[in-house]
Design a protein around this ligand. Structure first.
Ligand SMILES: *Cc1c(COP(=O)(O)O)cnc(C)c1O
Length: 378
């Protein structure tokens, strides 16, 4: 009997344990200590951005974005219908009305040709999600947002270290959010970051992250006491987690090239099987360098997906699917969206499968996954 192959598994990638020990030994395990600063400096230096703030999650970095952009009840946010709930929830928490855009059938990213019609005088932000770490068509999206006076927040949970026309993902919008959740390329279990590309938002971001106080300025010695100056919450990451995160971030290029090898191995091994079975492999536009976040397949029908997942499960291989169309979810009923409104999202959501893909997926296990897939006839 073969050992089960999980969908995801977290692992040590570098000096995580040594750094956690250092953090605890230093006696300073709250936020904004040595390792948080090191993570932030690494992100700022590598991506060439003015400010990165590590946070408790990507969800929280998205919530910070909604606070920073002063979202008020009735304001609108344009997001893809095919994404994780946090992308939209962070804005809905502030009373925003979601405006769902359909996705492109090739990259599964927000369809830039359909975004223009969705702007109104109430649109405050556009939130593209770089699905699977493959860039959205950012040039037209940025131009549309600028034309309509809306901010751009990149939900870059999948896309850290991917590029669009040579530019890093996460550096293109006014703000960008990262996730270091266990399922992402680089992790500390639960964690995130807010990348701030618009310098005018830096000081207020520090305040919102620190419970609405100017504690960051106090720590820098710019003021002699800190006080309540704005709304905010507790979005600071513990330095123990930042120590784990820095252990991984420090070897980001090794992690990425390892994932690249595994991604290409799936893609090459499955090319001919996919062609024979009417299964579509991921599409990466030539001007996008992907972030190697996931390997997915699009089965020809929903029924084929059900059989395919059962076939893999019988062989102890854990493959999963996501996302359910947000505009048709239970909570979205209050806004009266209709089936058929985002046809590509609705179709893809029924047919997508994500294969096991993680940093320590062994060659043997990956070979077994590939072999089991090749035995499946659609
Ligand atoms: C994982 C993910 C999030 C949420 O990340 P957390 O760090 O778990 O809050 C948000 N958006 C997308 C697209 C994600 O994949």
């Amino acid at each position: 009997m073969n050992a089960p192959v999980p969908f995801n598994r977290s692992s040590l990638q570098g000096r995580e344990l040594e750094f956690i020990f250092q953090s605890i030994s230093s006696g300073q395990i709250a936020g904004d200590q040595t390792f948080s600063r090191r993570c932030q400096q690494l992100l700022e230096g590598t991506l060439g951005i003015p400010r990165a703030l590590v946070t408790t999650s990507c969800t929280h970095a998205l919530e910070m974005s909604a606070l920073l952009l002063d979202f008020q009840p009735g304001d609108e946010v344009i997001i893809p219908a095919f994404t994780f709930v946090s992308t939209v929830n962070a804005f809905v928490l502030r009373g925003a009305r979601p405006v769902f855009c359909d996705i492109r059938p090739d990259t599964l990213n927000i369809d830039e040709s359909k975004v223009g019609a969705l702007f109104s005088s109430k649109t405050k932000a556009l939130v593209p999600v770089h699905y699977a770490g493959v860039a959205c068509e950012m040039d037209p999206l940025l131009a549309l947002a600028r034309h309509h006076g809306a901010a751009v927040v990149e939900d870059n949970a999948h896309g850290l270290f991917g590029r669009y026309r040579g530019r890093w993902l996460g550096t293109l919008g006014d703000l960008a959010t990262q996730s270091f959740h266990e399922t992402k390329n680089i992790t500390c279990g639960e964690g995130g970051a807010l990348l701030i590309n618009d310098r005018a938002l830096i000081e207020r971001a520090e305040i919102i992250r620190e419970k609405g106080t100017n504690r960051a300025r106090f720590f820098r010695g710019q003021i002699d006491k800190y006080s309540w100056v704005d709304i905010g919450s507790s979005y600071v990451m513990s330095d123990v987690l930042a120590a784990f995160l820095f252990g991984q971030l420090q070897c980001w290029d090794t992690i990425q090239s390892n994932r690249r090898d595994k991604w290409l191995r799936y893609d090459e091994a499955l090319t001919s099987w996919a062609a024979h079975n009417d299964v579509r492999r991921p599409f990466i536009p030539p001007h996008c360098e992907q972030a190697w976040h996931m390997y997915y397949l699009l089965m020809p029908t929903a029924a084929a997906r059900t059989r395919f997942l059962a076939h893999l499960k019988e062989r102890q291989i854990s493959a999963v699917f996501h996302y359910l169309p947000l505009h048709l979810s239970e909570y979205a009923r209050r806004w009266d969206f209709k089936p058929g409104q985002c046809p590509v999202t609705e179709d893809v959501s029924d047919r997508l499968v994500r294969l096991p893909f993680y940093n320590t997926l062994s060659d043997e296990d990956q070979a077994r996954v590939i072999e089991c897939i090749q035995q499946f006839i659609v």
